[in-house]
Design a protein around this ligand. Structure first.
Ligand code: PLP
Length: 397
């Protein structure tokens, strides 16, 4: 029997750990020693669940997508994380970590952001909880993601452009960690996915596990069984997938599937499919699969979807991939764009480009007519409208 829970020292099989500079040791140790007690504290749990319900709008619905089901001759359900406040699953984690930071006596939050979704979620909870918020964002991403930069400013966050490296997400993480090292006493680093040093991968997984917790009850109500046949989620760092997989990890008959961003294709150098093209290595404090060249230098990822454009992946997914508990497939930019258009026309739901990668797997995999397939609709497509409309103009009528 495989164990998919993190070990006491922060490992999933051979992946994980905490590879951190000496200067962060005290902060990481404080989190490691306290996060499980805090998460299990009844007072914390009550506040967290109240905010998820009254502020973010949970539980998110499980929607039976009738026309999509007809098209693919199976039963397809969408877990509507796109209906959360701020438009994606990221708020689940941001609310939880901000509450933890308060408990630890921190008054200031730093965060990194790529597409700006995590930055917006973080700026939102900081406004709500009266905390100072600094968000690091690659200068290149700032140019690409104007509306989210505006939102963060509106919410009172300080957005600091990062000019190092390729001026994207990986560089923003480095700068956020540097900031944390310089202000360890009053600051909490609110990391946005199931990556980074232990305990972040487990902490963020547990805060996102509300998705599969709700799903079990919703499946039971709709189908008579807690267990769908298959669950599909897109994987950037891997947090929405970890959240919807979590309560099913030890249900071996539930098939778990992750969609990685192939970009222009996994045999090109324009890809972000970390598990399918990467090798084991350390990135941002964790041993996992990493996109790297022959000398171990991190290579620049590419995906049309900014939220999947990251050269690493959470150690849980590296482990699930290695053990075969979950399967991972690559989806190209064009396949994701087609899937986004299809969902918009079939169900009246415009998905985030990230989520569209999960939807695109319906074209690649075959499911029996009596199967129940759940797709995690991690976010909404408003932020991607520009890109989606360009694609639409290239469509034949
Ligand atoms: C950020 C984001 C993702 C990718 O992050 P994960 O940690 O892999 O979930 C996926 N979908 C949406 C809508 C996002 O904003």
């Amino acid at each position: 029997m495989n164990d998919y829970q993190v070990s006491r020292t922060g490992y999933y099989g051979e992946f994980g750990g905490a590879f951190i500079p000496e200067m962060l040791y005290a902060n990481i140790k404080e989190l490691q020693d306290s996060y499980l007690d805090m998460l299990e504290d009844p007072g914390f749990r009550e506040t967290y669940l109240d905010l998820l319900r009254d502020y973010s709008g949970r539980p998110t619905p499980l929607f039976f997508a009738k026309r999509l089901s007809g098209q693919y001759r199976t039963n397809i359900y969408l877990k509507r994380e796109d209906l959360n406040h701020t438009g994606a699953h990221k708020i689940n984690n941001a609310i939880g970590q901000a509450l933890l930071a308060k408990k630890l006596g921190k008054r200031r939050i730093v965060a990194e952001t790529g597409a700006g979704q995590h930055g917006v979620a973080t700026a939102t909870v900081c406004a709500l909880m009266d905390m100072k918020c600094t968000v690091y964002m690659g200068a290149e991403d700032i140019k690409r993601q104007k509306p989210n930069v505006g939102r963060m400013k509106m919410l009172g966050a300080k957005v600091i452009p990062v000019y190092q490296g390729n001026q994207t997400l990986k560089d923003a993480v480095n700068e956020a960690m540097r900031d944390w090292i310089s202000h360890p006493a009053e600051t909490h680093y609110l990391l946005g996915s199931v990556v980074g040093p232990h305990p972040y991968p487990d902490l963020v997984t547990r805060l996102q596990a509300i998705i599969s917790e709700e799903l079990k009850g919703q499946m039971k109500e709709k189908t008579g069984s807690e267990d769908p046949g298959t669950i599909i989620a897109c994987v950037g760092g891997g947090s929405n997938a970890a959240g919807i997989f979590y309560h099913y990890l030890d249900h071996p008959h539930v098939r778990l599937i992750g969609a990685e961003a192939a970009g222009k294709g996994i045999h090109t150098n324009k890809t972000a499919a970390t598990l399918l093209t990467g090798r084991p290595g350390v990135l941002h404090g964790s041993f996992s699969s990493v996109m790297q060249d022959d000398d171990g230098q991190i290579t620049e990822p590419y995906s049309i979807s900014a939220g999947l454009d990251y050269p690493g992946i959470g150690p849980l997914h590296a482990h699930l991939h290695q053990t075969g508990r979950a399967e991972y497939y690559a989806v190209t930019d064009d396949e994701a764009l087609d899937a986004a258009l299809n969902l918009s026309r079939k169900e009246g739901i415009i998905p985030a480009l990230e989520s569209a990668h999960a939807l695109a797997l319906l074209d690649k995999l075959d499911f029996p007519p009596d199967e129940h397939v759940v797709i995690n609709l991690s976010g909404r497509g408003d932020k991607d409208l520009q890109t989606l409309l360009q694609h639409l103009e290239n469509e034949p009528d």
